[in-house]
Design a protein around this ligand. Structure first.
Ligand code: ZN
Ligand code: ZN
Length: 236
């Protein structure tokens, strides 16, 4: 059973005095997370981006899509993975500031609230962590973002669509080919009612897209019609 109570919520979030999570200057309220300067410097993904994978590019043909064979329907991200946005992800993941998940969900909601395709979403889910890593961290940051976004979209959330089978090596230390090999068959589905569904899949960072793509492949093999991906940040 998914429970917010199992997270570090309320403990690490109650830091005093409140400081900007990027530059550590004092801020009036911890809930705003960033000082005015660092908020201004948030680097949103520009309008000119690949319509398929969200890669910021002005080229007609996206090199990212060409190299990776994406099976998801579409992927979008809110920020480039650098500066203040990167600090926000890291504070969420490694320092247990779990309320940052709501902040990212809000930003994602702003990105998609006029997007009609989202009306057809059957449920929202997140890229799962392996149970060992989830136990170590106490929560899955992507579950928290997905749960909050599902609430805003008024769609059901599930953490049972995908299960992580393998305890994979951290993706950040591997190159493209090794990433794909590392993740092959990393997931299995955890529900039997996935046929013809449209799923919104959430993750924190899209780097090469290998992780969300493998998750999407697993869902599609179970009969899912469309997998829409939204990540907080895009790492390229
Ligand atoms: Zn700051
Ligand atoms: Zn692309």
């Amino acid at each position: 059973m998914f429970s917010l109570k199992k997270t570090a919520k309320g403990v690490a979030d109650a830091m005093y005095p409140p400081v900007c999570v990027h530059c550590h200057t004092r801020i009036p309220l911890q809930e705003v997370w960033l000082c005015g300067d660092c908020y201004e410097k948030l680097n949103y993904i520009p309008e000119q981006r690949c319509p398929k994978c969200g890669y910021p590019t002005e080229e007609a043909e996206c090199s990212n899509c060409w190299e990776n064979h994406y099976v998801f329907t579409q992927a979008q991200s809110v920020f480039l993975y650098e500066g203040s946005a990167r600090s926000m992800v890291q504070e969420l993941k490694y320092n247990g500031f779990t309320h940052i998940a709501d902040w990212f969900a809000n930003q994602m909601y702003k990105l998609i609230f006029e997007d009609k395709t989202m009306e057809n979403i059957d449920f929202v889910t997140a890229v799962p962590l392996h149970r060992v890593r989830r136990r170590e961290r106490g929560f899955n940051q992507s579950d928290l973002i997905a749960l909050s976004l599902a609430d805003k979209l008024n769609k059901p959330f599930t953490d049972k669509a995908l299960i992580r089978k393998e305890y994979t090596v951290s993706q950040t230390i591997l190159d493209g080919k090794s990433r794909r090999k590392n993740l092959r068959d990393a997931f299995k589905v955890g529900r039997t009612d996935l046929k013809d569904k449209s799923i919104l899949l959430i993750d924190d960072v899209f780097t090469t897209g290998t992780t969300v793509n493998e998750a999407a492949r697993t869902l599609k093999q179970a009969g899912v019609k469309d997998v829409y991906v939204i990540t907080a940040c895009h790492g390229l």
